[in-house]
Design a protein around this ligand. Sequence first.
Ligand SMILES: Cc1cc2nc3c(=O)[nH]c(=O)nc-3n(C[C@H](O)[C@H](O)[C@H](O)COP(=O)(O)OP(=O)(O)OC[C@H]3O[C@@H](n4cnc5c(N)ncnc54)[C@H](O)[C@@H]3O)c2cc1C
Length: 372
Amino acid sequence: MDDVRVAIIGAGIIGASCAYHLARRGAEVTVIEKEEGVAMGSTGRSAAGFRTQFAQPHNVDLSLLSLEWYAANESGYRPEGYLFLVPDGDLAEREALVEMQRSRGADVRLLTVEEAQQIVEFDPAGIAGAAHGPKDGFVDPDQSTQLLMRNARSEGTVFHRLETVIGVERGSAWTLITDDGQIEADVVVNAAGAWSGGIAELAGLDVPVQPQRNDVFVTAPQDRGGPLPLTVDLTSGVYFRTEGDRLLIGHHDHDSPKGFLTGVDWDHLEEMMPALFERYPWFEQEELDTKASWWGYYEVTPDYTPILGRDPSAEGWINASGFSGHGVMHAPGCGQLIAEEILDGRAHTIDIEPFRIERFDGADLTTETAVI
Ligand SMILES: Cc1cc2nc3c(=O)[nH]c(=O)nc-3n(C[C@H](O)[C@H](O)[C@H](O)COP(=O)(O)OP(=O)(O)OC[C@H]3O[C@@H](n4cnc5c(N)ncnc54)[C@H](O)[C@@H]3O)c2cc1C
């Protein structure tokens, strides 16, 4: 399979990672991207968080596999931690989660309220404890994507930018029809992020990925010190973290409408503020920088879990999308697994059964609940 021709749709961090891992193993790789460079979709709009604290073991495994690359490369990885504030009544459940995460190899520990307050100042009303992952933290999504693509290109990857895939045909091989010509490939990797449901439709396939708008609100420069971990109040789901001398604030609203909505959702900020001020009264002194705040798309699946691997409906079609807000942290591992799936016949470094599209045929979906 070494001389297999692989066409990857999308040059976000997932497409770049797949290209790098495939090209270094000898595949003939072409990446097609509609924008003028890499990381111009969701990747460039990410909050850049990396964490191992998930509710599903397979997502912990994918984070740990990705951490190997992030820690070993010029990725901007900063282990500044994630801190989850656990509400009264949920501590036993969190303890079980932490045990599961630790059993997979994640460095996560339970803290008392007082220990957590040594890290971040918060009102402890209704909080029973905290879960802290000191090796969780942040990466630089743009720098990482650039690096992956640069390395992919030095291994022979051809990069078509400013070219949009507008049609997909299947004969003895795949033909991707673009607004600038045609590209033939033995294998297609759908790494089109929030657009991947639409790309699959072009091939007559049903890949349940939908865009869902998400915002990051940014304060003016402040002098509270830091760096602080990404801190999530699990009573409300609102998070904040430091970036330089600014604070970033966010929250995933599961009920927000799906679709390609544009612009910062200021009403969402209004809804979040009471919970933010209640937990962190000091936030009331901070000033918002409306111009620095931004929005982008989560690419969500029905169970908030990515769709990885061969599509049984079409030979040579590989799904690598639907990361549901976790694509940056899961990209290096994803690329490695997709290269194995194509070149070795099956992904093997970790078990990707829970990520395969066939799971939607069964009755019970195991939803990832740690989505923030
Ligand atoms: C506000 C926000 C905060 C986030 N925070 C985090 C976080 O803290 N940590 C984390 O891990 N993740 C986070 N995410 C999610 C993360 O950004 C995504 O999961 C990840 O970037 C997905 O990468 P991707 O390569 O699949 O998609 P993208 O980066 O969107 O790349 C897909 C590419 O496909 C291209 N494309 C689409 N259609 C076509 C076509 N027809 N022809 C050619 N090219 C096409 C697009 O232009 C795009 O460049 C966040 C997302 C948002 C919006």
